[in-house]
Design a protein around this ligand. Structure first.
Ligand code: BV8
Length: 243
């Protein structure tokens, strides 16, 4: 039997919405409450580090809420990774840990992780579940005012880009789930795949994203309904040939 095609999946905040986490650009989203320029750029952190730390401390505390758990969409993607005979790479723009908690293993957090922090002096990277302040000493080098969320801000290089493009160049199926397609380079992945012409591309979203017309197939609906159904279809019928 020919080798099963590899699959690359990109997820955004929409996949975690039904777990109780806010998206960014919905009318009740995060960017409706705070400005990117005040909390999600290196300049913001240099200008007012406490403001930025408070923003991420609140989101970190929110993620520890026992009501916030993986939903059926996260679980369906973990099942696809377990049961699909080829490789499944999950690239998430999300900084929550719901994919890991659902069981996904082959996972790249291209915009970082809310439950990790790093020291700008000694580069130590560590799991961190508590509030962070500008006076928190680094447990490794002891210096203060260097500890920051392990999160990719606007203007910073996303994580794992070489590995991601290598998989985009060889996959047979690219799936985008729960992202509005506003933020690059993630929003450009579908173009990158279509340019090669060798992979089928599918968008699963509540509403058409900025890049919807670039996908061979668009399936609309809430992630907890359309993602499990899509995974069942792939596991039953396989990957459609690229059109
Ligand atoms: C970089 C921090 C270069 C972590 C984030 C002009 C043109 C093109 C690009 C640029 C430009 N000017 C600047 C840029 C680059 C910039 C960018 O793209 N800006 C945009 C705004 C134009 N990008 C960058 O700066 C990136 N870095 O380019 O570096 C470089 C090169 C060399 C060397 C150094 C640097 C860095 C981008 C990462 C920024 N960090 N967040 C955090 O705080 O979370 S981005 C932020 O947006 C989040 O990470 C989030 O993941 C990401 C994308 O948002 P979405 O996940 O899509 O969420 P959104 O709310 O938008 O959409 C949700 C969707 O879900 C909606 O469509 C909705 O309908 C749907 N939905 C809702 N409910 C459901 C649902 N779907 C299904 N079911 C539901 N129930």
């Amino acid at each position: 039997m020919s080798e099963a095609p590899s699959i690359v999946i990109l997820t955004g905040a929409g996949i975690s919405k039904e777990s109780g986490l806010d998206t960014f650009r919905d009318s009740d989203g995060i960017w409706a409450k705070v400005r990117i320029e005040d909390v999600a750029t290196p300049e913001a952190f240099a200008r007012n580090p406490s403001r930025v730390q408070e923003f991420y401390n609140a989101r970190r505390a929110g993620l520890k809420d026992p009501k916030v758990v993986p939903n059926a969409a996260h679980e369906a993607l973990a099942r696809l990774e377990r049961e699909w005979p080829g490789e499944v790479l999950l690239v998430t723009q999300n900084i929550d840990d719901l994919h890991e908690r659902a069981g996904s293993k082959n996972l790249i957090h291209m915009h970082g992780e809310l439950l990790k922090v790093r020291c700008e002096y000694c580069d130590a990277l560590m799991r961190w579940e508590e509030p962070l302040s500008t006076s928190t000493p680094c447990p490794h080098c002891g210096r203060k005012s260097g500890m920051r969320p392990h999160v990719v801000w606007f203007g910073e290089m996303p994580i794992g880009m070489d590995a991601i493009y290598e998989k985009l160049d060889t996959c047979g199926l690219f799936v985008s789930i729960g992202t509005s397609g506003n933020v690059y380079p993630a929003a450009g992945f579908v173009q990158h795949v279509r340019y090669r012409g060798l992979a089928h591309s599918v968008e699963l979203n509540l509403e058409p994203s900025q890049g919807a017309t670039l996908f061979a197939e668009v399936i609309l609906g809430p992630a907890t309904e359309i993602v499990p159904a899509f995974v069942d279809r792939i596991l039953t019928d396989g990957v459609p040939t690229a059109v």
